[in-house]
Design a protein around this ligand. Structure first.
Ligand SMILES: [Mg+2]
Length: 169
């Protein structure tokens, strides 16, 4: 169903709530992660220490990580300077061309890959259109960004549908 493309496969409040073992337990060996509002706020050049440490632990668990962002090269380059992962800037999500290119560079099979992101109409949709799983986290900070708040309003329907399908245990 078309609607399914907008419904995340997994939801968490933030990435720190995801245990590194979660990925291996769910057959995920490749992560492509959004940057802005997923791993850091728009105003911070790099991730905070806790999140950097979380990324290190996930990587140490045997998962390959890359960053994918619709933001520009400078932003992505600076953010990645403390990690050195593969990156794709100006990704054009929810378009899938750049995501597919990045997955190829990672050597990732789609069935073992997932996107982590904070936006349904960008990250979740992009992942599903490319045939990979979508893990959604809550946006870190939408203050002062009226258009983002507007989009968040339209996400409610799909988030409710996610919880209807995945009752909190
Ligand atoms: Mg984002």
């Amino acid at each position: 169903m078309l609607k399914d493309k907008f419904i995340p496969d997994y939801m968490f409040d933030n990435v720190l709530r995801i245990k590194p073992e979660f990925f291996a337990d769910n057959g995920i060996r490749f992560i492509v992660s959004d940057i802005d509002n997923t791993l850091t706020t728009y105003d911070e050049p790099i991730a905070c220490e806790e999140i950097r440490d979380w990324l290190d632990r996930v990587e140490a668990s045997g998962v390959r990580i890359a960053f994918i962002s619709n933001n520009n090269e400078d932003r992505v380059y600076m953010f990645n300077s403390v990690h050195g992962y593969l990156t794709q800037s100006r990704a054009g999500k929810p378009g899938t061309r750049k995501l597919k290119k990045l997955l190829k560079r990672m050597g990732a099979e789609r069935s073992a890959a997932c996107m982590i992101g904070d936006q349904i109409f960008t990250d979740v949709l992009c992942a599903h259109r490319a045939g990979i799983r979508a893990l959604m986290v809550r946006s870190m900070d939408v203050t002062g960004r009226p258009f983002l708040k507007f989009k968040k309003y339209f996400e409610h329907y799909f988030i409710e549908e996610y919880y209807a399908r995945n009752p909190v245990r």
